[in-house]
Design a protein around this ligand. Structure first.
Ligand code: XIL
Length: 358
């Protein structure tokens, strides 16, 4: 059983320079740790992050990516919104650029995502209710996109966020309305037919904080496996916040691993924004974030090696996070392992500490 990392244990794990400069109780920017080794150098599993073509023009970010990770996920440019034109045609410019970057730098490419309820592509919206047309377009889209990256994408999030937020069943969406719940296994079979190499994942979020949702997610995974659908991995997005109680990540990881499939911590970030009255100091928020990152990595390290697909953070620098986007106030949340200048935070030191068994 993993005992929650105490502040004292965490500080013991930090480089001395980081501790010396920390002044508890003073409202100040969280302690910046001394340089940490490249995450990919100390991890006994692939380390990934999300990228987008717009950020690849920033040499500082590209340098941080190449120093720390061996895998990338397209943050949004391998989604329907980036590929499917309103006239129903395909534009692969953006996803091809992501795949080219990965190939150019010898990075594994985790493709995200073929089917997601949140994508309201006009070309599909237009045929909502026309089951024959939508069935054909669905098949055509998955075959074309999964087929295009065969041999270049090591894996796919085939279906993203299929479970209702409250965990009470599965989301009603364009796909379920027209194709029934079979849209889920159908997507896996179609992806497998188009790409016989990529590992095919089911991906979802709040699986740590919501045990009921986690049970429904696992029930879906088991049903897919029993039906013969080529499900080969489970993605837990792991978008956490610092209020999550110690131990919940560990319990969730154990449950998710119970099916024996590879586990992808697919979109790790730890929001430091506390809703409502927040009396904590920046330092305390940084400590709580680091403790949770340590728990994620420690729980992941407790998996058998063959189940450690990757840990992917949803960005590297706080300033690159999706949590800076509207409606969130920019610059308030500090959810990632590196600060806006690319300097490692306590969370980065905690990642390294847990990855090296400290
Ligand atoms: C987010 C991206 O980070 C944003 O840039 C985009 O505008 C919206 O999507 N869960 C997912 C991801 O599976 O695809 C989402 O990514 C974040 C939540």
């Amino acid at each position: 059983m993993t005992s929650p990392l105490t502040r004292r244990a965490l500080i013991a794990a930090l480089p001395a320079a980081a501790v010396a400069s920390g002044c508890k109780g003073h409202a100040q920017a969280p302690v910046q740790t001394a340089p940490v080794p490249p995450l990919k150098a100390v991890a006994q599993f692939p380390v990934g992050t999300c990228i987008s073509t717009g950020k690849l023009g920033d040499p500082a970010l590209v340098g941080l990516v190449l120093r720390n990770v061996t895998q990338v996920t397209a943050e949004w440019e391998m989604k329907m919104e980036a590929i499917l034109r309103d006239d129903g045609g395909f534009d692969f410019t953006r996803p091809d650029a992501i795949a080219a970057f990965a190939g150019q730098h010898g990075l594994r490419l985790h493709a995200h995502t073929l089917v997601w309820y949140a994508q309201k592509a006009p070309a599909f919206q237009r045929i909502d209710g026309n089951k024959p047309a939508l069935t054909g377009a669905y098949r055509n889209y998955i075959q074309a996109v999964a087929g295009r990256y065969r041999g270049r994408a090591v894996s796919w999030d085939v279906v993203n966020e299929a479970v209702k937020d409250d965990g009470d069943g599965y989301r009603e969406c364009l796909w379920s309305r027209n194709l029934g719940i079979d849209y889920i296994p159908d997507a896996f079979h179609l992806a497998r037919a188009a790409d016989d190499q990529a590992l095919l994942f089911l991906n979802d979020y709040n699986l740590e904080s919501n045990p009921k949702k986690r049970r429904t997610f696992l029930h879906l995974a088991e049903a897919l496996l029993k039906s013969g659908a080529p499900l080969q991995g489970l993605g837990t997005q792991t978008h956490l916040d610092i209020n999550l109680q110690p131990g919940m990540v560990t319990t969730a990881m154990r449950d998710l691993a119970s099916l024996g499939l590879p586990i992808h911590v697919s979109e790790l970030d730890v929001s430091t924004r506390v809703r409502g009255l927040d009396l904590s100091s920046p330092q305390e928020r940084a400590d709580r974030q680091a403790r949770l990152v340590h728990e994620v990595v420690e729980a992941f390290m407790s998996l058998p090696p063959q189940q450690r697909f990757a840990i992917t953070t949803w960005g590297l620098r706080d300033s690159d996070s999706w949590l800076q986007l509207a409606p969130n106030p920019p610059g308030v949340d500090l959810p990632l392992l590196f600060d806006k200048a690319g300097r490692p935070k306590e969370a980065a030191a905690a990642f390294v500490a847990a990855a090296t068994g400290r």
